[in-house]
Ligand binder design. Structure first.
Ligand code: NAI
Length: 278
């Protein structure tokens, strides 16, 4: 008898133990791609601390969902803080470590768009997007690495965008912030390896301290809801696989890069974009 493989009806990844015992802080971790990342890390056994900008009620609801999925005594947490403010970044990292006793994984996912073509873009439009998307990732990585470097292990994953590679009309600020993450990622990766080598902590077979970036294409979230239908249809037509990504499809790449098994991958930019940048 021959058997055929049925098409998968869900994009969710099966639960596992890849991250058991690990504590992960996911910025913007209570909705959209960030929420999918939080759930995906939790499904692999991590204790998740999800950051959020303003909406405390929505964050509380998400926390209930996360704890509900993880089961009794899961102890997940949510942390309010503006990632564009260096003091708040340091405070939230300290808060997570105080609450959970350690920090193994940082996912810099929080991000915003303020779209306007260059002639119309204000100083404020420029600075605000750079501050949240790029400076925020730096402040948080700096604070997290202070904790990770002495231990000699850790994972940082930055969420960039295919727009950082290609640019986009009306998104000079966003494209520059997302491209900036490439240089930041590679420098953090080099410095992490340098400091570990100097401290004699670069062990063959060890977990290491790695920093990588994922570049999603267009993902079905509230951020994409802002794009007019006609433009969205054109975007889908331009994607080789002819559809948007599901947030889970980004999240499962992030959880792989967050796991011990990814120990030999550092300073890399991972496209998750349905072939958009070929
Ligand atoms: P979203 O708008 O649904 O979520 C963004 C999250 O960032 C929210 O949880 C919000 O609270 C948080 N945030 C925003 N400003 C903040 C601040 N100043 N301080 C702290 N938190 C703040 O967006 P989505 O679509 O889930 O995007 C997540 C990441 O993925 C962003 O970095 C975005 O640039 C990136 N991305 C999204 C794509 C998409 O098609 N949706 C495509 C490529 C990248």
């Amino acid at each position: 008898m021959t058997s055929t493989l049925e098409p998968s009806t869900t994009t969710a990844t099966a639960p596992g133990n890849k991250l058991r015992g690990r504590v992960a802080f996911v910025t913007g971790g209570t909705r959209g791609i960030g929420a999918a990342i939080s759930r995906s890390l939790a499904a692999q056994g991590a204790t998740v601390a999800a950051g959020y900008g303003r909406n405390t009620e929505q964050a509380a609801q998400f926390l209930d969902v996360l704890n509900g999925e993880a089961g009794e005594g899961a102890g997940m947490s949510v942390h309010q803080g503006d990632v564009s403010d260096p003091a708040e970044c340091r405070r939230t990292i300290d808060e997570v470590i105080e609450r959970h006793g350690r920090l193994d994984i940082l996912i810099n996912n929080a991000g915003i768009t303020i779209d306007r073509t260059v002639p119309k873009m204000t100083d404020d439009d420029w600075n605000t997007v750079i501050s949240v998307n790029l400076s925020g990732a730096f402040y948080l990585a700096q604070a997290a690495m202070k904790h990770m470097l002495p231990r000699g292990t850790g994972r940082i994953v930055n969420v960039s965008s295919v727009i950082g590679e290609t640019g986009n009309i009306g998104q000079a600020n966003y494209a520059a912030s997302k491209a900036g993450l490439f240089g930041l990622t590679k420098t953090l990766a080099r410095e992490a390896a340098f400091h570990l080598a100097r401290a004699g902590k670069l062990n063959d077979g060890g977990i290491g301290l790695t920093i990588n970036t994922v570049t999603p294409g267009f993902v079905a979230t509230e951020m994409v809801d802002a794009i007019p239908d006609k433009v969205l249809d054109q975007i889908k037509e331009s994607i080789p696989v002819k559809r948007l990504a599901h947030p889970d499809e980004i999240a499962r790449v992030v959880h792989f890069l967050a796991a011990d098994a990814s120990s030999y991958i550092t300073g890399q930019v991972w496209g998750v974009n349905g072939g958009l940048d070929m």
